[in-house]
Design a protein around this ligand. Structure first.
Ligand SMILES: *[C@@H]1O[C@H](CO)[C@@H](O)[C@H](O)[C@H]1NC(C)=O
Length: 257
């Protein structure tokens, strides 16, 4: 038999199963999107849109980035996570090839009750409580990684790129003095994107290493076959494994266009 023909056949087999794996992931994410307003017990996920933290939480930031305060949040809601747009998806299940996913969240925002006491840069006193809202437009992130070889899953060479379209915050009564309050809000809303960009530039290595470790700790429990089963199971095929979305209605987007 012709060796070239065999190689072409092999490449074809790899790339075609490749494309169907990616379309399975996209189908899975679409199925997920329709259900993100409910908890999904088989994935161990709480409702994600809106995502709610009803309990009271204390937060203490001790002298980091010039911020020194104690505060709390109550009744925290995050909206918009299910509006994700997949810009790009290339998943390689063979080692050495770099996989990519690029996602945009057009509008995410949170609202919460908050309290804060402390100081910014030891200059401005924080003594606020009330409603807090913040929104982010066009948050795009791109993850890329290489699959490690081995039975259990693992990744290496993680790269993360982020882009923030816009940021708007509104913390009611954050600062005692009205004019400083307005000034600080204007400053954050004007410079916030650049400021976050700077923090990201300086802290990127630490964050990426942390994320990679977390991902490996999590996916290291699974083999590729397990993951394919989970994702393919979402498509509603019968078989012996329990469908992943069992009992969760796909009704979260019905009121929208
Ligand atoms: C992600 O996708 C957006 C929209 O298509 C694009 O503008 C951006 O450059 C991509 N980012 C990366 C790192 O590929």
């Amino acid at each position: 038999m012709n060796l070239k023909f065999l190689i072409v056949l092999l490449v074809f087999a790899i790339t075609s199963s490749q494309a169907s794996f990616e379309s399975q992931i996209i189908d899975f994410l679409e199925e997920l999107r329709m259900r993100m307003c409910h908890p999904i017990p088989n994935l161990g996920m709480p409702a994600l849109d809106p995502f709610q933290i009803p309990e009271h939480h204390e937060i203490a930031v001790d002298n980091k980035y010039f911020v020194d305060f104690i505060g709390s949040i109550d009744d925290f809601f995050l909206h918009g996570l299910s509006d994700f747009k997949i810009n790009d998806l290339n998943i390689y299940t063979v080692p050495l090839r770099r996989s990519t996913i690029n996602v945009t969240f057009p509008l995410t925002w949170f609202q919460t009750l908050y309290s804060a006491k402390g100081s910014l840069a030891y200059i401005v006193n924080l003594a606020g409580d009330g409603n807090a809202e913040a929104s982010i437009t066009d948050f795009t992130f791109s993850f890329s990684w290489i699959l490690k070889s081995g039975i259990h899953l693992g990744i290496r060479g993680l790269q993360i790129e982020m882009y923030l379209g816009g940021l708007n915050v509104d913390f009611q009564n954050l600062l005692e003095e009205e004019r400083i309050n307005e000034f600080i809000h204007a400053l954050i809303n004007e410079l916030g994107v650049e400021l976050l960009d700077d923090i990201w530039t300086y802290e990127q290595d630490v964050v990426v290493a942390w994320v990679e470790t977390r991902i490996n700790n999590f996916i290291g429990q699974y083999t590729l076959a397990d993951i394919i089963k989970i994702i393919a199971g979402g498509g509603g095929e019968g078989g012996e494994s329990k469908p992943i979305f069992d009992g969760v209605e796909p009704d979260c987007k019905l009121s929208e266009d």
